[in-house]
Design a protein around this ligand. Structure first.
Ligand SMILES: Nc1ncnc2c1ncn2[C@@H]1O[C@H](COP(=O)(O)OP(=O)(O)OP(=O)(O)O)[C@@H](O)[C@H]1O
Ligand SMILES: [Mg+2]
Length: 344
């Protein structure tokens, strides 16, 4: 099964999403086509260089990964379309069709004929179970699901960081769910939406030496506020920002803490700090008061002592006190194993 994802990269920044079921493919499986962004009905597409940048970042990150991971969305193929011309995109492409897009992304202004319509098609795994918000919040709490999701997400993050990719927008909306075939196993999660991701290049000192994502400093403040680490708000951060975001997600999953999206009114998994009647993102609260002590767990039996300690470290104001993705994966395996042996 695969997904064809179409981005009108010259379209309106306010994306509209629809999906339609296409005919069955030769193997008998279905495939779906998804159009992520299109101009408002009857209107000319507004030229938006940021749409080009989001689409290219997604392509750069996903095409830079040489191997596959079960919990990271897999890009099967990427196709660039300009009006009637279609071209397959490969990592390191430098075609005449593609270069104006790179220029647009770098300059932040449209560097091609504004009358052209560019589309970037992403053919990828199709996730049939919605996103992590929908999955978790429409089911009763399950320790088994929680453990499985924690292991899958930490494994995905270790894989991405090993491949020098910092996601920068980890949140339950961007974690998609593939339902299990037998309905007995836990579903498979896929980390998706690499539109804000950053592929770190080799260190400046020695081009042969691969970059350590935990030492590559980035300065573009981006992400979604409730999951943003304190140092991201300041614009000086590393891959440890992804660890913080995952900390907020896991904390919210274990304790079923939700926030409401002000635009869509959708309930989302996300931890926060309560200040009077105000709901403040954890990273922002820590930035304003680095000595603030996070009161977690909120519910007595939602996690054991080890998990509590790990979450406190993941949500530490100092990125160096957070585990890296490899340590995190190992710690979660140890916690899961102890829970399992204790239960049996
Ligand atoms: N491979 C996929 N399989 C199934 N659904 C998908 C897939 N990729 C994306 N989607 C759906 O499209 C939504 C948006 O995708 P994505 O997060 O990649 O783009 P986005 O730029 O964040 O767009 P939006 O602003 O609409 O969230 C996802 O939340 C999901 O519902
Ligand atoms: Mg998204």
């Amino acid at each position: 099964m695969c997904e064809l994802q179409l981005r009108h990269i010259t379209g309106d920044a306010r994306a509209r999403t629809f999906r339609e079921r296409d005919c069955a493919n030769q193997n008998g499986g279905g495939h779906k086509r998804k159009k992520l962004s299109e101009p408002e009905d009857g209107q000319q597409p507004a030229q938006a260089p940021e749409n080009v940048e989001l689409a290219l970042r997604e392509f750069w990150a996903l095409s830079s990964i040489q191997s596959q991971h079960p919990n990271v969305i897999h890009l099967e193929e990427c196709v660039l379309q300009r009006d009637g011309t279609v071209q397959r995109m490969l990592h390191g492409s430098s075609s005449a069709l593609y270069l104006p897009l790179v220029e647009t992304s770098l300059k932040g202004e449209i560097a091609f004929d504004p009358r052209s319509t560019y589309c970037l098609w992403f053919v990828m795994d199709f996730c049939d179970g919605g996103d992590m918000n929908e999955y978790i919040l429409t089911r009763r709490p399950s320790r088994r699901t929680n453990t499985s999701f924690m292991l899958q997400l930490s494994s995905a993050l270790a894989f991405l960081h090993k491949n020098q990719i910092i996601h920068r927008d980890l949140k339950p909306d961007n974690i998609l769910v593939c339902k299990s075939r037998d309905g007995i196993d836990e579903p498979t999660l896929k980390v998706a939406d690499f539109g804000l991701s950053k592929v770190c290049s080799s260190s400046g000192l020695n081009p042969e030496e691969p970059a350590s994502v935990n030492k590559s400093f980035l300065s573009t403040a981006c992400g979604t506020d409730f999951y943003m680490a304190p140092e991201v708000w300041e614009g000086h951060y590393t891959a440890k920002a992804d660890i913080f975001a995952l900390g907020v997600i896991l904390w919210a999953m274990l304790e079923r803490i939700t926030i409401t999206d002000t635009h869509t009114k959708k309930r989302l998994l996300g931890g926060y700090v309560q200040r009077g009647t105000q709901v403040v993102p954890v990273g922002q609260a820590l930035l304003e008061n680095p000595k603030m002590e996070l009161l977690l767990p909120i519910k007595k039996k939602s996690m054991n002592r080890r998990m509590k300690q790990l979450l406190h470290q993941m949500l530490s104001v100092n990125p160096q006190e957070r585990p890296d993705a490899f340590q995190l994966e190992l710690r979660l395996i140890q916690i899961a194993f102890r829970d399992y042996t204790w239960e049996t």
